[in-house]
Design a protein around this ligand. Structure first.
Ligand SMILES: *Cc1c(COP(=O)(O)O)cnc(C)c1O
Length: 399
């Protein structure tokens, strides 16, 4: 007997839950790509993507996952041999750094480890050492999906401004866009990357690069992207079918149209941010109650630096893996693995798990995940404190 039959819930930090309406929007015959509805949809998407990123600048749509968007963001404004500084706070910062190395960039990494945000003072010190202004870009991940940390992007901008340093500020918002406050123009971000399958509630397959005029200028002056990755045609809605460098990703565009309607025009972006924060606080309240009587710990100790889209948890190995397996097989919930928290093959790897709470997630889904984790801790006799569901319910009741 298993209690997993019924609708399965994939509670990993991407791909996230796809709303039925988004799935239904894709369930239709192929459209003409040269005229008609799909052309109009693309024009409307560019405007909505700008609203989602809080920018009046450019939005380029790629048929790619986040890794493609990472590469596009670097290949356009930078040239082989350029120095870039990566501020890593988990696996994804290191991943972006590796893409840069493979493009021939001279990559330096400042690593804040696995449990803390980027320290702006370390950026200040690095810029101080760069009197010749050789560093052309500073890269940071807004929410590192591996560690669950959220970095203070405006603080990085202030450091660049105070140093009078001209480097581009590039931010990976793949996990956070649509979930956490992000304001590209107000925060002075020059380039931002996103992908469709997390807070944007769509299937994986679309990557986005947002860039301002300063970054566009760098593209003209230095960049040498291949024809496929060139962001100039892709960000021009009038070049509709050329700007995908081939056939448009028609059904992904239908999905994105529906998802952005839900997020921006029905719920409202500020409300979506508030929902994510409230649900995150319910999850933390439960985790803190469990942790009061056992080894479970939220990876990021300071709530001010925790993501509202993903929570990384620490248990004693191998209980993280045992708990995940129990939930999938017995309760119909799949939790995320501990990505990059310990080397693959190291037994410590089995001590971690993650809860994805990004995108199409509401109070009953979060209470369901927490309730089944509570059951799993009990079934597996993993020591834990009482009152976790009570604590989460009180947090939701206060909303
Ligand atoms: C998921 C993710 C990526 C990678 O995206 P893919 O679509 O898997 O290539 C990069 N950065 C962050 C912060 C992510 O959450």
């Amino acid at each position: 007997m298993s209690l997993a039959h019924g609708r399965h819930y994939l509670a990993i930090p991407g791909p996230s839950v796809i709303p039925d309406r988004v799935l239904a929007a894709m369930h239709r015959p192929a459209p003409n790509i040269y005229t008609g509805e799909i052309v109009e949809i693309v024009a409307s998407l560019i405007g909505d993507l700008r609203a989602l990123a809080r920018t009046s600048h450019n939005a380029a749509i790629y048929i790619a996952n986040g890794h493609g968007a990472w590469e596009a963001a670097l290949a356009n404004p930078l040239a082989r041999g350029d120095r870039v500084l990566v501020l890593a706070s988990g696996l994804f910062g290191h991943g972006w750094a590796e893409i840069g190395r493979r493009l021939g960039l001279a990559v330096e990494v400042i690593d804040s480890g696995k449990r803390a945000p980027i320290d702006p003072a370390r950026l200040a010190a690095a810029l101080e050492d760069d009197k010749a202004h050789e560093i052309r870009a500073v890269l940071a991940v807004h929410v590192d999906t591996a560690t669950g940390v959220r970095n203070d992007i405006p603080a990085l901008r202030r450091v660049l401004d105070e140093a009078g340093h001209p480097a581009l500020l590039m931010v990976d918002c793949i996990a956070s866009l649509g979930c956490e406050r992000f304001e590209m123009d107000r925060w002075g971000v020059d380039v931002m990357v996103a992908a469709s399958q997390k807070g944007m509630m769509c299937p994986p397959g679309l990557g986005f690069v947002f860039f301002n005029e300063k970054a566009a200028g760098a593209r003209e002056a230095r960049g040498d992207p291949s024809a496929y990755w060139d962001w100039t045609p892709r960000s021009a809605p009038q070049d509709f079918y050329q700007h995908f460098a081939g056939t448009a990703p028609t059904h992904h565009l239908y999905a994105l149209r529906e998802a952005l309607t839900m997020l921006l025009h029905e719920e409202g972006l500020e409300n979506a941010w508030a929902r994510h924060e409230k649900l995150a606080r319910a999850i933390w309240a439960a985790c803190e109650a469990w942790g009061a009587g056992g080894p479970l710990e939220i990876n990021i100790p300071d709530p001010a630096h925790r993501s509202h889209a993903v929570t990384t948890l620490r248990l004693t190995a191998p209980d993280g893996t045992a708990l995940r397996d129990w939930l999938t097989e017995r309760a119909g919930v799949t939790l995320g693995i501990g990505l990059g928290m310990a080397p693959p093959g190291d037994p410590a790897w089995h001590g971690f798990f993650r809860i994805g709470h990004m995108g199409h997630v509401n109070a009953h889904m979060v209470m369901g995940v927490l309730g089944t984790i509570d059951a799993g801790l009990k079934a597996l006799s993993i020591p834990h404190g009482p009152g976790a569901l009570e604590a989460a319910a009180c947090e939701i009741a206060r909303a």
